[in-house]
Write a protein that binds this ligand. Structure first.
Ligand SMILES: [Zn+2]
Ligand SMILES: [Zn+2]
Length: 271
């Protein structure tokens, strides 16, 4: 059993992630153009024919911008919560009824050899969710666009082998930066985005549950730097006694293209 995890775009200007097994896979969000997502998928070595569905976390444009185009082009269904569908309709164009699939937080479903669990997240959109994925004993999760650390979503990603975890902003950069007051308040709120320090606290908790690869993602272009996000989270891990690079692999996902193809193998799986 193997699980492939390939962030194609990650940042506040566009998000898309491929998660798959030998039996195909899914896109989580399609917030870049359809053409650019297909180009990065190609760079990841994933044929378009592998895509079985597009899962949407929430209806913000940086998560759905290319979803309609890809649904029609690849002829695959879109999975989203009812609240996301309501906000997403005018952003994705006409989607055939049979391509519109509803998910609910807490109700798992199966696609492409993956046991997929949507879970509720605190964010300022209609019924937003993250997703965790199980393939045999392997587990992966995507947890971005989170206003605060809380047990509900954290329990769903605990024990993952690999997590794409939000490290959106440095609080001081955000406070001193150019964003209008209301936008700053929204980002800092409990339904906004996780800061680097909050990502550090979550990474420590994840490491305690056995997670050995943390990818920091959804970085703000204006209020963060990849090195700053990395150093802040690494400091939290090392203060808690974890050696980054030995005990825990820590990477920063790229905003503008493929970050890498992470291939997890379940060595204990029966052959
Ligand atoms: Zn977002
Ligand atoms: Zn969002």
């Amino acid at each position: 059993m193997s699980l492939i995890f390939a962030p194609l775009f990650s940042g506040s200007s566009g998000n898309a992630l491929y998660v798959g097994t030998g039996a195909g896979g899914v896109l989580v969000d399609a917030g870049a153009s359809g053409r650019n997502i297909l180009a990065e998928l190609n760079r990841a070595g994933v044929p378009q024919s592998q895509i079985r569905a597009i899962l949407i976390t929430h209806a913000h444009s940086d998560h759905v911008g290319g979803a309609g185009v890809l649904c029609r082009r690849l002829r695959v269904p879109i999975f989203a919560t009812e609240g996301t569908w309501q906000e997403m309709h005018q952003k994705v164009g006409a989607i055939p009824q049979e391509m519109q699939c509803r998910v609910r937080a807490g109700e798992n479903f199966y696609l492409a050899g993956l046991d997929i669990m949507p879970f509720a997240i605190p964010h300022d959109a209609g019924e937003p969710v993250g997703y965790s994925f199980r393939a045999g004993r392997l587990k992966a999760a995507v947890a971005t666009d989170l206003g605060r650390i809380e047990s509900g979503w954290f329990d769903e990603i605990a024990g993952s082998d690999i997590v794409l975890l939000e490290a959106n902003h440095d609080v001081e950069m955000l406070r001193a930066g150019p964003y209008p007051y209301d936008l700053k308040r929204r980002i800092l709120s409990s339904r906004g985005h996780l800061s680097n320090d909050e990502a550090g606290l979550a990474a420590v908790k994840l490491a305690e549950t056995g997670c050995r690869t943390v990818l920091l993602g959804h970085l703000s272009k204006e209020n963060n730097f990849p090195d700053l996000a990395f150093q802040t989270v690494a400091m939290h891990l090392e203060n808690a006694g974890w050696i980054v690079g030995r005990d825990v692999r820590l990477d920063v996902a790229r905003r503008d293209g493929l970050s890498g193809v992470y291939r997890l193998e379940d060595d204990n799986a029966p052959v």
